[in-house]
Design a protein. Sequence first.
Length: 374
Amino acid sequence: MVLAVIGAGMIGAAAARHLAQAGHDVLLIGPPEPKDKARHNGVFASHYDAGRITRGLATDPFWAQASRASIARYRHIEADSGLSFFHEVGTLMAGPQGAPQIDAVQEVANTLSIAAERLNADQMGQRFPYFSFNPDDIGLFEPQGAGTINPRVLVAAQIKLAQAHGARVVESQVHDIIEQPNGLRIETDDGPLNADKALVATGGFAPSLIEDLNLRVYARTVALFEVSDDEAHRLTTCPSLIYLDRNGNDPYLLPPIRYPDGKTYLKLGGDPKDRLLSPADMQGWFQSGGSKEVGAHLEHQMRQRMPDLGIRSVTTDACVTTFSTSGRPILERRTSRLSLALAGCGAGAKCSDELGRLGAEVLLGNPLPAWAKH
């Protein structure tokens, strides 16, 4: 029986690995990252980046458990693939004392026994002197099993291991999935492929393949702040940071990361407003470089949060986040042959390995664990 995974991004590549390692005949279908973004005339993915936050702490126990399951496998994936993607610098979640989001994080930490230090503003100032906080701020610092991942390298590691266990990879874009009496016909740029069952893990581009998904795809802008090697060295102990304010905003900041262009950047994300994208908008948005207005907002936030940061340059980039109505991923069978693993809800990168594993279970007709059900 041929099991196709459509979408070779973070969730799809993980699903392919889990299925292949379990001994199934796997076909992973999805185009590689375009070499020339501006001239690319197909789909994109949001893992085309060198940095994402990872942590167990969360406001929702589902995301905490999915993340912790994935994080527990990071070092095994690195060792088996020979590719390093996890940087255990820790993650700090901070915000005003008494803010609902901070209280929710503390409750999840207590319920799931996540080791996190509770710090007041003075303690955070002493521990992380490069950040500026308000006097009433508190923080939960998760020193172990948290920090950053390189999503590009994680996807490469998943694909490498899937292939090592027999998975076949077709680097092509899927345009249609046709259910037939004896299986599925999958139309790609390079011709049709056949499979018995398929898992669709195409992120924000899924509505072009599957009807009535009720997904919300939002435009997101990130700002990259270039720093010198000396400045990066000064920030060696800098953790990832998420600030949870009383208005429900949660901007995130990544410590210095070396990017493929050879430069070192800190990254800040957190759009102040949601901007919905239609399928027709997607390609242009990925090629836009992001919103200048949001970029200016992020630069202002960075200069407030890290007033002493020596910034050489500021650039922006565009990505998307895909949300379900429940705020949790769509992990379900659409038909007896077609299943879905979609909607990272802005939290999917760090726990993509577990989301891929759960998607593989759905494809195989196995029940989800109780904690993963809505």
